[in-house]
Design a protein around this ligand. Structure first.
Ligand SMILES: [Zn+2]
Length: 160
């Protein structure tokens, strides 16, 4: 059986006056993330992990930030599109694991809904999607609360 692993990373700067969206969930916070899209670092890291596992480049190849179609688009829609593209290339998704580097707000209460929404967008069982938050002991830009970053790993299986 053909298996392929991929990794993706994303970070966005904290911005006042924006809605914080992580893993497709709006999270109550006094700030959001600066971005052309919804700034969903979790979804963006997953997209790069998925495209990377299939050696198809990065999300910018399929969803160019210069294209006005993608302005403020929900990244859950991009995940759906990504799943279809992978299927066209003969790949199914086995599982996804994401670590989110975030000093605040606390993500744990929102993780069940995130995994549910990510799973729905990618047609995965909730047991195939893992999201976990971590602080980095106040180190670096996430530790100083200047932004939020995510690292995702995805495993693909050949469905041909
Ligand atoms: Zn991003």
């Amino acid at each position: 059986m053909g298996l392929r692993i991929g990794v993706g990373i994303d970070a966005h700067r904290r911005a006042a006056g924006r809605i914080l969206v992580l893993g497709g969930v709006e999270i109550p916070a006094p700030f959001g993330l600066e971005a052309h899209s919804d700034g969903d670092v979790i979804a963006h890291a997953i997209l790069d992990a998925l495209f990377g596992a299939a050696a198809l480049g990065d999300k910018g190849r399929f969803f160019p930030p210069s294209d006005p179609v993608y302005k403020d688009i929900s990244s859950l829609v991009l995940l759906q599109e990504c799943r279809k593209t992978l299927a066209d290339y003969g790949w199914g998704i086995e599982n996804i694991d994401v670590s989110v580097m975030c000093e605040e707000p606390k993500l744990a209460p929102h993780v069940p809904l995130m995994t549910k929404r990510i799973g729905a967008a990618l047609a995965l069982d909730e047991r195939q999607v893992s999201v976990k938050g971590t602080t980095l002991e106040r180190l670096g830009f996430t530790g100083r609360n200047e932004g939020i970053a995510a690292l995702a790993v995805a495993l693909l299986k050949s469905v041909e």
